[in-house]
Design a binder for this molecule. Structure first.
Ligand code: BGC
Length: 350
């Protein structure tokens, strides 16, 4: 089978190579890949800045935003050949820590979790992959090709869930306004869930052209190309999805009183900036603000993601997928183009 592999730590080692079918040890369910979403994490791994191969191996099969069709299932399993599925990314640590033991591997306490296509486990970027039945998410067949958006939506669904849980520290907290920074796939999916919750959603992105302004407006949200005046906007929730240090600096401590800033974009280390820690502390303490980070997702969030995608307009969701690249032209999927939002590698079309 063809598989997209990298040598973690070695920049630009990505290759499409012929490999043996996945070992049964990867899981009893055999899935034929239909599509693979490409994200910033994949680009970081390709650049050699992130990721690790399975123990004892040199190469890592890339890919964590999966979509596939079940080919083979073990006896006594609820899945059937032909089911449309995605694979959960993270696996619990081996200890396991209290969070992983409770099925909340997304909140792993000891950092020894593994992630398919990212950390010490082969990913879903191959014509076939195997997976444990308990880490398969079976999708509503009506979702079709849009099912490839489940994984990024699960990450955003978790971030929203956490914001709303943190907000409950005040019994009277009812969010009205949300600011999303960054109109990439994560930002736009975050805006979509914010709108579904009835919030007045504002999206900040420096891009003036391309599809992002219209995608934002078609959600019923407001698009800003200049960073909004937070004193005026008074956002109850700020979801930071750029990972860009200057944007992060502007959001921290910038929410309304009792407001929440969720950092959901990952930045590279080494972006030093001077900042007024005294002013930050004053805003945080005197306004009861929270700044927190959120990553990954567990079963609950994949289910929430599916509900959110089911409620969304399928035509709007299809516009998020700006390019579908057949596997035979895979290198194009990793080129950066101005109008890109979500690029998907099409495993079915080659
Ligand atoms: C993935 C998450 C993962 C994170 C850190 C993201 O791109 O969507 O599932 O936990 O990278 O590795």
């Amino acid at each position: 089978m063809l598989a997209l592999t990298v040598l973690p730590g070695k920049p630009h080692s990505i290759n499409l190579e012929d490999m043996p079918l996945p070992p049964v040890g990867d899981g009893a369910v055999l899935v034929r890949a239909l599509a693979l979403g490409i994200c910033g994490t994949d680009r970081e791994i390709i650049a050699g800045d992130y990721g690790s191969a399975p123990p004892g191996e040199e190469r890592l099969i890339l890919g964590h935003e999966s979509l596939g069709r079940v080919e083979e299932t073990p006896d006594g399993c609820d899945l059937r050949p032909g089911d449309l599925v995605v694979g959960i990314v993270r696996r619990p640590d081996p200890v396991p820590c209290p969070s992983c033991a409770a099925g909340e591997w997304d909140m792993c306490r000891n950092g020894r979790y593994t992630e398919r296509g990212i950390k010490a486990r082969n990913g879903y970027g191959s014509e076939y992959f195997r997976i444990e039945p308990e880490f398969v998410v079976k999708l509503d067949p009506d979702l079709g090709a849009l099912g490839v958006l489940i994984e990024p939506t699960s990450v955003v669904a978790k971030a929203w869930e956490q914001c709303l849980r943190i907000g409950q520290r005040s019994a009277a907290w009812r969010p009205c306004t949300a600011l999303i920074t960054g109109a990439g796939p994560i930002g736009l999916l975050a805006a979509m869930i914010g709108v579904q919750q009835g919030l007045d959603v504002h999206v900040y992105d420096r891009n003036k052209g391309g599809a992002k302004p219209a995608l934002t407006r078609d959600l019923g949200a407001t698009y800003h190309t200049d960073f909004p005046d937070l004193d005026k906007l008074q956002p109850d929730v700020v979801m930071e999805c750029t990972g860009a240090a200057p944007v992060i600096a502007r959001t921290m401590g910038g929410a309304a009183a009792a407001g929440i800033v969720c950092l959901a974009g990952v930045s590279g280390a080494g972006h030093e900036m001077t900042s007024d820690i005294g002013g930050f502390n004053r805003a945080m303490v005197l306004d009861n603000q929270t700044v927190f980070g959120s990553v990954n997702a567990n079963h609950r969030h994949y289910a929430a993601a599916e509900r959110a995608l089911d409620r969304a307009d399928p035509a709007w969701l299809s516009r998020l997928i700006s390019r579908r690249v057949p596997l035979s032209r895979w290198t194009e999927a990793f080129e950066r183009r101005d109008d890109d939002i979500k690029v998907v590698l099409d495993f079915a079309a080659h």
